[in-house]
Design a protein around this ligand. Structure first.
Ligand SMILES: Nc1ncnc2c1ncn2[C@@H]1O[C@H](COP(=O)(O)OP(=O)(O)OP(=O)(O)O)[C@@H](O)[C@H]1O
Length: 266
């Protein structure tokens, strides 16, 4: 299991950006990290990835604090990996299938194994048809999928997704939500940040709320998202399903799809 224990971090040694953060990212779940702009989500992700060193506290993987040595980070990042908000940061502009296999190639995997994993990752992301295309011909949403496939090919235990639906159209957003659910079912644990509260409600099993670098609440989906006052205090809004439930006392649906099914009496 991946854990963050009493982590505090400051960029300038004066103001703390993360304040005494503790989180347990349980397996088999999509865990959401919610917070307004500047609340510290990306900073926390970078601390988890070992890209930033916290002044206090530790990141713990399978019971062992993640060491900062090059060798330890190399192994850790095959187990815990991150897809940045902007796919351009992670792509190298070759053919799609070569880009997805690049990290495996660098790690010295055999060509047959690379091909097998690349195909598997492309299938998972529904981009098999794009394998032979040069990356520069892809749309933004397609590039996002390629960036995720590249990380997935490493078969990480945990995948950190920072705003995976930013810049996607409604269909792309829906597809990404489905993909995340598929990934978690296939055994990849997901940590997710997004400002899209409806998406977070739809996807997350468990969530943490950050306000000015502090965890102000955490909990399982249904309880978590009904804390409207805390969400608003942190600069966020409750998902529409929760608002409707609270205003009209309708049963609380698990997702948009579930809501419409209930409405139709299915
Ligand atoms: N490299 C940096 N140097 C100094 N301060 C930084 C740096 N990166 C982020 N910050 C500051 O740290 C705070 C948290 O930023 P962070 O990017 O982690 O927030 P966030 O919750 O991810 O925001 P957003 O939702 O806008 O992506 C902000 O006040 C930001 O200005």
């Amino acid at each position: 299991m991946l854990q963050v224990k009493q982590v505090s971090f400051s960029y300038d040694k004066e103001n703390l950006t993360l304040k005494d953060i503790s989180m347990d990212f349980k397996e088999g779940l999509i865990t959401g990290i919610l917070g307004a702009n500047g609340s510290g989500k990306s900073t926390l992700m970078k601390v988890i990835m070992g890209l930033l060193l916290p002044q206090e506290g530790q990141v713990i993987y399978n019971g062992i604090p993640v060491s900062r040595t090059k060798k330890a980070l190399y192994h850790y990042r095959q187990q815990v990996n991150m897809v940045f908000q902007n796919p351009e940061q992670q792509l190298f502009y070759t053919l799609v299938k070569d880009d997805i296999g690049l990290a495996l190639e660098n790690l010295g995997y055999q060509p047959e194994e690379i091909e097998r994993r690349v195909l598997q990752a492309m299938k998972m992301l529904d981009i098999e048809h794009l394998g032979d295309k040069p990356l520069q011909y892809l749309s933004y949403g397609q590039k996002k999928r390629v960036a995720i496939a590249g990380m997935l090919a490493l078969q990480p235990n945990y995948l950190l997704l920072d705003e995976p639906t930013a810049g996607l159209d409604p269909k792309g957003r829906q597809q990404m939500a489905q993909t995340m659910k598929k990934l978690v079912k296939s055994g990849t644990n997901i940590l997710l940040t997004s400002h899209d509260m409806d998406l977070m409600y739809d996807c997350c099993d468990y969530a943490y709320l950050l306000n000015k670098g502090r965890v102000v609440t955490e909990g399982e989906k249904r309880e978590f998202f009904q804390q409207v006052a805390l969400l608003e205090e942190a600069g966020l809004e409750a998902p529409w399903i929760v608002k409707l439930h609270q205003a009209l006392q309708t049963p609380l649906a698990e997702s948009e799809m579930d809501f419409f099914k209930k409405l139709k009496g299915e």
